[in-house]
Design a protein around this ligand. Structure first.
Ligand code: SAH
Length: 394
């Protein structure tokens, strides 16, 4: 094993590591022996010099992302094992070689013991995002591993880390193919077709994490008048179109609206039941009293950091209040928050405050989360980021 930087934690600050939490904050560090640069592999020790863990070093608030609680060499063989475990797990979920579904998350960072690494699979194309320099440095090896593990299920690997690697790092990532090449693909989710263009928009191009919630929505849309706010690719709208009386998709991005229209067309042709609106959600909601039976609210993360949490909670409250006020009696609202810093309790409180302000009777029918290909590491509660409620408004 090569000589590595040794990091000693302050006494008492090793508790979270002993409970397998995969992050070390800079304030927990007592001493660093050596001059690690970002992305280096480091070993962690407690104040009595007992080995704790091996991880990737990163100057910043999260100083170390733990890869293993045993002293290991995180080389290509190490990552091969971890990614192959992640793949086997998806196979056990029935996501591999599924004739009706070829869009899924293959690696979900801490949820798959691979902090800082996201890999989504779109009908042959793996789209990868690294959130740490340690993982960014391994990107070519990771791509090589994917070609070995996926064989002819893989046509290309695209690295979309430009916007996700830490901005302080000084390293400028470039979005590029690491293997093969491909234009946008058409993938399948529960038999519905979706065009996925990873070069556009947020995340890796598609919100895979809402799959099971879209499926649930499908059950509620029979003969309903549906409003899909923050529609993006129109994925919720596509599911709603199966049986709804009408579906309206709203997004403030013209490009998103175009994509939503294409996805509707791909599944339902020129179906007049669907209409889209390039508009601001908050404004659109002002003037729809009694027009809709079902409203979906799936906004972008209102809070990316703890210091803007209060504003974000206000934002959720304001948005939900408008929808609860405006929906038809007996209406249903699917409401979500994907901000990691907003807890389930906080989100529920915001929706509660919104409901109370309108004075309408509101029941919670379902509490939603993320699907099993976005697993939550039990030692890292932060990996549970998607929260949703299905509300019934009398
Ligand atoms: N529901 C989507 C994901 C939503 S992503 C899905 O299932 O795939 C958030 C979307 O909200 C983006 O497309 C963004 O363009 C849009 N958006 C952001 N702010 C908005 C606003 N104020 N009004 C309307 N749309 C907005």
């Amino acid at each position: 094993m090569t000589e590595r930087t040794k990091i000693i934690l302050k006494s008492g600050k090793d508790q979270s590591v002993k409970r397998y939490h995969p992050w070390i904050f800079s304030g927990a560090i007592k001493m660093i022996y050596g001059n690690p640069v970002e992305g280096d592999v480091v070993d962690l020790f407690d104040n009595e010099d007992n080995f704790l863990a091996t991880g990737h070093y990163q100057p910043g608030s999260i100083a170390v992302r733990i890869l293993s609680f045993e002293q290991v060499e995180p080389d290509i063989g190490f990552f091969y094992k971890r990614i192959s475990t992640a793949l086997d797990y998806r196979r056990s979920l029935g996501l591999i070689d599924n004739p009706g579904l070829n869009i899924f998350r293959l690696v979900h960072a801490e949820g798959d013991d691979l902090p800082g690494l996201i890999i989504d699979y779109y009908n042959g194309v793996a789209v990868m995002q690294t959130h740490s320099i340690g993982m960014y440095r391994m990107r070519k090896e990771i791509s090589e591993i994917l070609t070995q593990l996926l064989g002819d299920r893989l046509t290309a690997v695209y690295d979309k880390s430009e916007g996700t690697i830490p901005y302080m790092s000084g390293i400028k990532g470039v979005n590029e193919f690491l293997y093969g090449n491909s234009g946008p693909v058409t993938g399948l989710e529960y038999g519905y077709k979706f065009i996925v263009d990873w070069t556009f928009g947020q995340k890796t191009g598609f919100f895979i994490d809402q799959r099971e919630n879209r499926k649930l929505l499908e059950e509620y849309t029979n003969r309903k008048r549906v409003l899909n706010m923050f529609g993006y690719t129109g994925a919720f709208s596509v599911y709603a179109m199966k049986n709804a009386e009408l579906v309206h998709t709203v997004d403030s991005s013209a490009q998103a609206i175009e994509l939503a229209n294409e996805n509707i067309k791909l599944n339902f042709g020129d179906d007049k039941r669907h209409q889209s609106f390039n508009a601001d959600a908050f404004e659109f909601l002002n003037d729809i009293k009694g027009k809709y039976d079902l409203i979906i609210l799936d906004p972008p993360a209102f809070a990316k950091h703890n210091n803007v949490l209060a504003n974000a909670l206000q934002g959720y409250k304001r948005l939900n209040m408008k929808a609860i006020e405006q929906i038809k009696p007996g209406g249903i609202i699917f409401t979500f928050s994907c901000s990691q810093v907003v807890t389930k309790e906080n989100f529920r409180k915001s929706v509660f405050a919104a409901a109370a302000n309108t004075g309408r009777k509101v029941k919670i029918l379902h509490q939603m989360s993320q699907p099993p290909d976005h697993p939550v590491n039990i030692y890292h509660p932060e990996s549970e980021y998607l929260k949703g409620l299905v509300l019934y408004v009398e």
